[in-house]
Design a binder for this molecule. Sequence first.
Ligand code: ADP
Ligand code: ZN
Length: 523
Amino acid sequence: GSEAQAALHRVFGYETFRGDQEVIIEHVVAGGDAVVLMPTGGGKSLCYQIPALVRPGTGVVVSPLIALMQDQVDALRALGVRAGFVNSTQDFDERRVVEAEFLAGELDLLYLAPERLRLESTLDLLSRGKISVFAIDEAHCVSQWGHDFRPDYLALSVLGERWPDVPRIALTATATHSTHQEITQRLNMPAARHFVASFDRPNIQYRIVPKADPRKQLLAFLREEHQGDAGIVYCLSRNSVEKTAEFLTRNGVEAVPYHAGLDAGTRAAHQARFLREDGLVVVATIAFGMGIDKPDVRFVAHLDLPKSIEGYYQETGRAGRDGLPSTAWMAYGLNDVVQQRKLIQSGDGDEAFRRRAQAHLDAMLALCETARCRRGGLLSYFGQDPEPGGCGNCDTCLVPPETWDGTVAAQKVLSTVWRLDRERRQKFGALQIVDILLGRRTAKVIQFDHDQLSVFGIGEELTEGEWRGVIRQLLAQSLLAVEGEYGTLVLTEESGAVLGREREVPLRKEPPKPTVARSAASK
Ligand code: ADP
Ligand code: ZN
């Protein structure tokens, strides 16, 4: 209604509501429960902040992101909203002040960590004040099958029992059908109205290219399609962030680095320039972008593989908020797969954690290797039905990739891996496999007598790049695995079926080597 509109203008300074915001807010203001699925950046916060301002009492926000609470509260206070938080980072006195403000009815919003609500003392505190709305942020944390499961979220069903008259709104950016059902069930919100925003970003063109010389490929992409445009380039390491920013600057593209190793002042300055200037490129680790609202980001480029589709979607989603054509461009290669698999294997975390990380990576790899519509892959991952005929605005729709019968090539790779594995003296990675297949007498091949193997030189029909593509796809299909800190290739349970000719291996044809204008991208 008009009160919500007024708060939107007066407090937040926005002209109009976005997407479903207005209906959601009206529904909650009127006292209804809501389950809201909206992609990151879609504007979930206003859906509970405005009801909290409009309804009498304090809006209680349950959020697992303790590290962000201070920032969120500071930002709200800067807008004149009376906000506070209670979490484990506070000492006793700080907490007492916030609790007193709540009891005196002096807070519009109170942020709480979920574990607080397991304490009878917290529930008791809440029942002594007046609550306008409960917002359960990151509601997918209630899902036991999800990667963010938090047992504390299960206890949140108590809210509906103790405060049956206070509306509840559960929000998440994770939209698989099963998660959606679990939220409704476990938070005990059978009467809630459901609002499911589309995850489709039709103005973003998704493209994933084979990685050869990533910086030069990036430069060519920028020169051909995004001259003078603002954009974000994501790299995995600080070192590669620095090098890429330098490389772009040297080649006439204004670029600044952004990563956690830079001091806070430099980071703030670079972020401010990005928001203020037209056409600046920020080269960043994933630390950059959270809460950044720049509508005219024309491209997001990945020089390294994201760990999950969630991450990829979130990062690419920073492009084209203004609805104008934008590009999500990624260069992806064999080393990415080996490196990510290695990280998971050698990282800490228990077996269950590793398995989840592995599953996330597998989904990401499937998206990279698909011969079908990329947007379709993304949407079905988030539980949404894609266009049957493809989107017409991704690389695989625009130039459908060819596939070929890679069974024999796969057998050659797998039997080479098997022979090396049998030696057990030394572990070998992809480089050695390719050298053996191509019959190259490198120092390392001679040192280990690998030129004496029966597989030596049996792969001269493909180029080095093509073999790397085959190995990458075998890794992506889990027909090969990576072991240990050196990225040793080993067989999997499924390799046997290929070696035993019981299984065919269709592979995606590698597009011709990207032509990179070398003279243009000098040094
Ligand atoms: P989410 O929580 O869904 O990721 P946020 O609530 O953080 O998204 O909103 C993303 C950005 O969009 C924020 O910068 C927010 O201020 C902005 N925003 C939200 N709603 C509107 C609106 N109606 N008009 C303009 N900007 C909005
Ligand atoms: Zn498509």
